[in-house]
Design a protein around this ligand. Structure first.
Ligand SMILES: [Zn+2]
Length: 127
């Protein structure tokens, strides 16, 4: 029994085993991932509740001094839904994946986000 020279390689592939995209013909492609600062919270791990200022603050809110004080102090902050408070997100590495794989990834990403949006809308509607 001796150390396999490929030990770190196998750890690597296990870690990324789930990062696979599939095209319409059922061909699977492994996606090379990297960590990026979260584009939503910019590395803070939290952001102001999007329900409050998704479409910009209302004039009424913006002229309410008490509200603005709380707002600036982070009272309305929620844990970032994109990175779950981790401050970084796993993204496909644009320099290490073929364009085809990136296209498939972002297609799937967009679909997932659509599902999310539908779910949020249903929750908001009280379904
Ligand atoms: Zn984030």
């Amino acid at each position: 029994m001796h150390d396999s020279p490929n030990m770190s390689d196998s750890r690597y592939s296990r870690h990324y085993a789930g990062r696979v995209v599939e095209d319409d013909d059922g061909n699977e492609y492994r996606v090379v991932m990297r960590f990026d600062v979260c584009p939503v919270c910019h590395g803070n791990g939290k952001h102001v509740n999007p329900a409050l200022d998704d479409n910009g603050l209302s004039e009424e809110s913006a002229s309410d001094a008490d509200f603005m004080e709380d707002y600036m102090a982070g009272v309305y902050d929620v844990t970032c839904g994109r990175c779950d408070g981790l401050r970084v997100v796993e993204e496909p590495d644009p320099t290490r994946n073929p364009q085809r794989v990136l296209d498939l990834w972002f297609e799937r990403d967009a679909e997932l986000e659509q599902d999310d949006a539908i779910q949020r809308a249903e929750i908001a509607a009280g379904c």
